[in-house]
Design a protein around this ligand. Structure first.
Ligand code: GLT
Ligand code: MN
Ligand code: MN
Length: 388
C-alpha cells in the first residue's frame, strides 16, 4: 500500500455504465462482452473503489420481468455484501429508449412526460432500496434539434414541475435523499436545456424545495462548453450545492469523450483536486468515464485504477503546493494587505460611500504593482512535472 492506493475514505465511485461500457459508439459495434452488474461490482472492488452507482436500467433491463428483476437484485446485493461496496448514488435512464426521443420531463407528448415521471419514481425507490443518498438527474434528451418544436420557457416549466414533484415524493416517503442536477451543453440532443452548472444553480433557486437540490458538475461537460470547470465547482461549493461530482476528462470542442480522469488536461485536473481537498469536500468522487475502445477488461481495470491513482497523485501535488516555500512566499506577496482599505469594504453605509468617494488613489502606482504570476505558474508547472 502506498499513497496512491485507493482507500474507502477517498470515496471513489464508478457507475455500472462506466466500467460496464462495452465500447459501442455511433460508428461501431461493442468490442467487449457485456458483464452482469454483480461481475462489475467484483471488478470495481478489485480495482479498489468504494462504491458503485447505477441507472435503473443498468441494473434491471427496461423489459425485465418481475422475477428476472428479483434474481438480478439478489446477485447484485450478494456482490455488494461480498465486497463491502456501497451504492451512494442512483439515477434514471431517461435517454436510451425511443420513447424519450423528444425528451422526458420536457417532451411535448404528455404521455411521455407522465411515463418519465413514473419511471423516475420507481427508479428512486430502487436507488433508495440499495442505500443511495444522492439521486442524479442528467437530462440527456431534454433539449431540441429545432427550436420550432417547443417553447424553451415551457421546457423550463415542465422541468421545474417534475423536480418539485420528486422533492415532495421523497419527503412523503421519508427518504433521506438529495437531488443533484447534471448539466451538459449538447449531445445527444443538438442543444440541451440548462446547459451549464451555472444555469442549473439558477434553476434550483426557482424550485419549491431548493434546499433538497444541488448539482453534479461533470468535468467533460463544462470543458465541452469551453469553460473553467473548477470555477463552476467553486461556485456550487460556495452556494452549498456541490452534492456530487463527475470526474473524467475531455478535449474542448469535441464529442463527449468521457476520458480517464486527468488524462488530457493535467493542470485543470490539478486545480480541481486541489480545490476539493482544500475545502475538504466530503461527497463522493465519482468517475463518469470509460476505457478506450481498444481495451479488454484488463484494460478497463487499468482505466479504473488510473482514474483513482491520478487523483491521489494530484492530491499529493496539492499538498506540496501548499507547503512549497517559494510558492507560499509568492502567494503572501500577491495577497499582501495592510488593512488600510478595510474601512471601505463590507456592508454599505452612506458615510462609507462618501468617504470612499473622497479617498485618493494613485492609479499609476496601482498599475505598476508587481504581480509575479508567471513565476508562480512556472513553479506550479514544475511541481506537476515532478520537480520541486
Ligand atoms: C451518461 C452521461 C453522464 C451522466 C450519466 C448519468 S449517464 O453516461 O454521459 O454524464 O452522468 O445519467
Ligand atoms: Mn459525460
Ligand atoms: Mn456524468
Amino acid at each position: 500500500m502506498n499513497n496512491y492506493t485507493p482507500r474507502p475514505e477517498h470515496k471513489f465511485t464508478f457507475g455500472l455504465w462506466t466500467v460496464g461500457n462495452t465500447g459501442r459508439d455511433p460508428f461501431g459495434a461493442p468490442v467487449r462482452e457485456a458483464k452482469t452488474p454483480a461481475e462489475l461490482v467484483y471488478l470495481l472492488a478489485d480495482a479498489g473503489a468504494y462504491g458503485v452507482n447505477f441507472h435503473d436500467n443498468d441494473l434491471i433491463p427496461i423489459d425485465a420481468s418481475p422475477s428476472e428483476a428479483d434474481a438480478i437484485k439478489k446477485s447484485f446485493r450478494k456482490a455488494l455484501e461480498d465486497t463491502g461496496l456501497k451504492v451512494p448514488m442512483a439515477t434514471t435512464n431517461l435517454f436510451y429508449d425511443p420513447a424519450f426521443k423528444d425528451g422526458a420531463f420536457t417532451a411535448n407528448d404528455p404521455k411521455v412526460r407522465a411515463y418519465a415521471i413514473q419511471k423516475t419514481l420507481k427508479a428512486i425507490d430502487l436507488g433508495v432500496e440499495f442505500g443511495a443518498k444522492v439521486y442524479v438527474f442528467w437530462g440527456g434528451r431534454e433539449g431540441t434539434e429545432t427550436d420550432s418544436s417547443k417553447s424553451a420557457v415551457d421546457a423550463i416549466k415542465r422541468n421545474r414541475e417534475a423536480m418539485n414533484f420528486f422533492c415532495e415524493y421523497a419527503l412523503d416517503q421519508g427518504y433521506d435523499l438529495k437531488f443533484a442536477l447534471e448539466a451538459k451543453p449538447n449531445e445527444p440532443r443538438g442543444d440541451l436545456y440548462n446547459p451549464t452548472t451555472g444555469h442549473m444553480l439558477a434553476f434550483i433557486e426557482t424550485l419549491d424545495h431548493p434546499e433538497m437540490v444541488g448539482v453534479n458538475p461533470e468535468v467533460a461537460h463544462e470543458h465541452m462548453a469551453g469553460i473553467n470547470f473548477m470555477h463552476g465547482v467553486a461556485q456550487a461549493w460556495e452556494a452549498g450545492k456541490l452534492f456530487h461530482i463527475d470526474l473524467n476528462d475531455q478535449y474542448p470542442g469535441r464529442y463527449d469523450q468521457d476520458l480517464r480522469f486527468g488524462s488530457r488536461d493535467i493542470k485543470a485536473a490539478f486545480y480541481l483536486v486541489k480545490f476539493l481537498e482544500d475545502v475538504n469536500y466530503q461527497g463522493m468522487r465519482h468517475y463518469d468515464a470509460h476505457a478506450y475502445r481498444t481495451e479488454d477488461y484488463d484494460g478497463v481495470k487499468d482505466f479504473a485504477v488510473g482514474c483513482m491513482r491520478t487523483y491521489l497523485i494530484l492530491k499529493e501535488k496539492a499538498e506540496k503546493f501548499n507547503q512549497d516555500t517559494e510558492i507560499q512566499a509568492l502567494l503572501k506577496e500577491i495577497n499582501a494587505d495592510d488593512g488600510s482599505m478595510d474601512q471601505y469594504f463590507g456592508k454599505y453605509s452612506a458615510e462609507k460611500a462618501a468617504s470612499l468617494k473622497n479617498a485618493e488613489f494613485d492609479r499609476v502606482v496601482l498599475g505598476k504593482r508587481r504581480l509575479p504570476y508567471e513565476r508562480l505558474d512556472q513553479l506550479t508547472i514544475e511541481l506537476l512535472l515532478g520537480l520541486g
